[in-house]
Design a protein around this ligand. Sequence first.
Ligand SMILES: *Cc1c(COP(=O)(O)O)cnc(C)c1O
Length: 415
Amino acid sequence: MSPWNNSITRDLFDQVMVPTYNPPQAIPVRGEGSRVWDQQGREYIDFAGGIAVTCLGHAHPRLLSALQKQAAKVWHLSNVMTNEPALRLARRLCELTFAERVFFTNSGAEANEAALKLSRKHASARFGAHKHEIIAFEQAFHGRTLFTVSVGGQPKYTEGFEPLPAGIRHVPYNDLAAVEAVISERTCAVIVEPILGEAGIVPGDPTFLAGLRTLCDRNSALLIFDEIQTGVGRTGELYAYMGLGVTPDILTTAKGLGGGIPIGAMLTTAPIAASFAVGSHGSTYGGNPLACAVANEAVAIVSEPALLAGVRARHQELTDALRLLAARYGVFDQIRGRGLLIGCALTERWQGRAREFLRMGLDEGVMLLVAGADTLRLAPSLVIPQADLDEGLRRLERVLARALASEPSRGDGDG
Ligand SMILES: *Cc1c(COP(=O)(O)O)cnc(C)c1O
């Protein structure tokens, strides 16, 4: 007899999965647009977007068609041969951005890994091995490989994994003077999220990001924008850099890029790309035809001006509604972010308790996200229909009412 459960339930998770996650009881089985249904047929409004990934919602007809068409042709060849979908997607990304060259990966962390390795290679070939320092920011998130957790600025993600890669310096975000104090001829790259994502949806100050460009130029260092979360229309621009007037040397993209199919990419210029030669870097699955065919369709849809205008309109509507909820319930106050990447900063009384709202959200039929322990994060589909946006907000309001009801008033000033 099998020692495992016959049925597929949350209990089975603890029996067969490495315990890196602690998912809730509900197991979604189907999604359409911005609605998702679990095993019991309960319906949820999706304000989470699979962590800013399903940018066109679930089962988008055009993505489904691209996937099915390519699935009937060829799924995988490896990089021993090139393929049409990868070339089409690379050409599209070059047409739409500053980039002249593209390297495909399967995830965001791998895109950053490629960017960091390319920066080191570029600097060592041109200037020598001393130019290897990477400047990154406290609280930043760049992925979970050893190099990317080391570059990320959250010590909890590197604890116990030492020894870590060397030559990485961390300074406070939005603090240009701190960067100026450590950048030097030894710096090969500065890596930055235009909006700190995992750390609470903290937008980079435009003057800070422009200042990084100037400091990098002065020190012959590369500027890497990690747009894994902010890219592919999320902020109301195809990429956030486009609204900032700051062009990076390398840009990493993933999450929304495939609309839910795992794919990432590193974008750069021709001269920088030339620091990688045949054999310098690689990936078995990176640039596979199946993922690239879906991503090509996703980028084609998201880059339409009307879609991006729709993201900006929904931002206005959603943040207006959230401000009303903030005033009515006092659970969160500051509303941060751009486009459909929105953070609601919990008030003092609710500090550290963001995750409790995820559970209450599921009880009320709305899928929410957190960004750190003190911020609720919303990252719905970029094309979420009006009715779903309204219904999701009604359910969110019930969550806030429920939170207050479960918590006897402690009076003013009692944090
Ligand atoms: C999600 C994320 C990553 C990591 O992407 P994975 O696909 O999980 O490897 C890196 N950087 C940022 C800014 C992210 O939001």
